[in-house]
Design a protein around this ligand. Structure first.
Ligand SMILES: [Zn+2]
Length: 439
């Protein structure tokens, strides 16, 4: 369902024109703001030179470290008295990043999440079960306000207590669930075990806050049965929270970026230059409408590419592919950027291969070589599968890859979720051989 049909199906040129106006007034406002952070950031920028969205690339990037360094309110662009809410991103080390919202920011936060729930198939008549954590984390309140804005009946279940959650899903008749993909699977499995599965009629899931594969999507959809659509929601607290981009149920595999509020660019990880359509790089986001805590050209660290062409759902928001990893995971092989997740995807696409794999970066020569180990399913034609995989990897990664196929069960099993997939091999040390030899 389209929550804001006129905005969601707006002609892209019209949206771009409006976006350029918004960008100009944002930069104008920030350059005049009291914040030393913004005055310094925009020091050499000539505001009058921003005429179209194409001029965006003349603006400086911003990065997570800057936001951390200005903890807590250094990049706040309005007086604190004008804000109505604080959230924080989970700091992996040290202090979290604090983000603040004005009343208007909270309104837009709710609107984009209402759109996102609509993308998954949500309607105002639904009971919507929100099992994201409530609190400083943006997930719970973000989808909660989104659900209310849509007109749904929101159940603020938050995390934990699986049995109670299942009973609520059954008794209150929820049609939609918002939670992490791993929690959606856990609930689905427990629902089957506890016998409550038949009494639960979920149609869709708004699933995010952690990376998840197509394989996991299949498992979740299987656990919840035929009509259930597991859709990917994307966001980050530095930009807003959930609702920056959303996969629609008609066009699964790519996410609509709500680009009237969040302007996406995809840039080369090293040079920062914008990439041509279809090329994979780092997603960079600019908030066009945020008041309290805007970001300019924020380096998300998330890796994706633009997906061109119309979406069957009718929305005209630009689409990005589901994420193929983090910039931090990137390998550089003979000058080419390689993402381990792209190798994983190629392997999972071949039914003749099992799910286990290992990637070895062989650094013994002058230039690093890439070696992929996988397991052949019983009965498959080794030579054929090997050639097929080598060709597929070469085409997708644009770098030559050696393929080594073992029997099913030949690769070491590691604890799920923490599996190490990339191993270094140097003259002194071979991590993969060490793993094979370890008990
Ligand atoms: Zn769509």
């Amino acid at each position: 369902m389209l929550f804001q049909p006129e905005l969601e199906t707006q002609a892209p040129e019209e949206r771009a024109e409006r976006g350029a106006e918004r960008l100009r007034s944002l930069v104008e406002r920030l350059a005049r703001s009291d914040s030393p952070y913004w005055r310094e950031k925009l020091a050499g920028v000539e505001v009058g030179a921003i005429r179209s969205l194409g001029d965006l690339s003349s603006l400086p990037f911003s990065a997570k470290a800057e936001l951390r360094d200005t903890y807590p309110f250094g990049s706040l662009a309005v007086p604190l008295a004008q804000t109505v809410r604080i959230h924080a991103s989970s700091g992996t080390r040290g202090k979290p990043t604090i983000v603040a919202y004005t009343a208007r920011d909270v309104e837009i936060f709710a609107e984009v999440n209402a759109r996102a729930i609509g993308c998954a198939g949500g309607t105002p008549a639904d009971v919507l079960h929100v099992a994201y954590g409530y609190g400083l984390f943006t997930g719970g309140l973000g989808l909660h306000y989104g659900g209310e804005r849509l007109g749904a009946t929101v159940v603020p279940a938050s995390g934990g207590n699986v049995q109670l959650q299942l009973e609520l899903l059954a008794d209150l008749g929820a049609s939609g669930i918002c939670c992490t993909p791993s929690f959606a699977l856990l609930l689905g499995e427990r629902a089957a075990e506890s016998g409550l599965r038949e009494r639960i009629a979920l149609r869709y899931g708004v699933l995010g806050a952690e990376p998840w594969s197509e394989g996991l999507r299949e498992k979740i959809q299987e656990a919840w049965g035929g009509g259930f659509a597991a859709c990917d929601i994307y966001g980050l607290s530095e930009v807003m929270g959930p609702g920056v981009a959303m996969e629609c149920r008609e066009g699964r595999g790519a996410l609509h970026v709500f680009d009237d509020h969040f302007l996406p660019e995809i840039v080369d990880v090293e040079s920062g230059e914008p990439l041509a359509a279809g090329e994979t790089g780092e997603l960079v986001l600019t908030t066009l409408t945020k008041e309290a805590f805007p970001v300019l050209r924020y380096r998300t660290g998330d890796v994706t590419r633009f997906v061109e062409g119309p979406c069957p759902c009718g929305r005209t928001h630009r689409r990005i592919a589901r994420f193929s990893g983090r910039v931090d995971d990137m390998l550089v092989i003979r000058g080419v950027n390689v993402f381990p997740s792209a190798i994983e995807a190629a392997l999972l696409d071949d039914p003749a291969l099992g799910g286990q794999y290992a990637i070895v970066v062989d650094r013994r020569g002058t230039l690093p070589e890439l070696e992929v180990h996988a397991e052949l399913q019983p009965g498959a034609d080794r030579e054929l599968v090997e050639r097929r995989l080598r060709e597929r990897l070469a085409a997708r990664l644009r770098v030559r890859v050696d393929v080594v196929l073992g029997e099913a069960g030949s690769l070491p099993r590691q604890e799920l979720g923490k599996a190490k997939r990339v191993f270094e091999r140097t003259g002194e040390r071979d991590e993969f051989q060490q793993l094979l030899r370890s008990p």
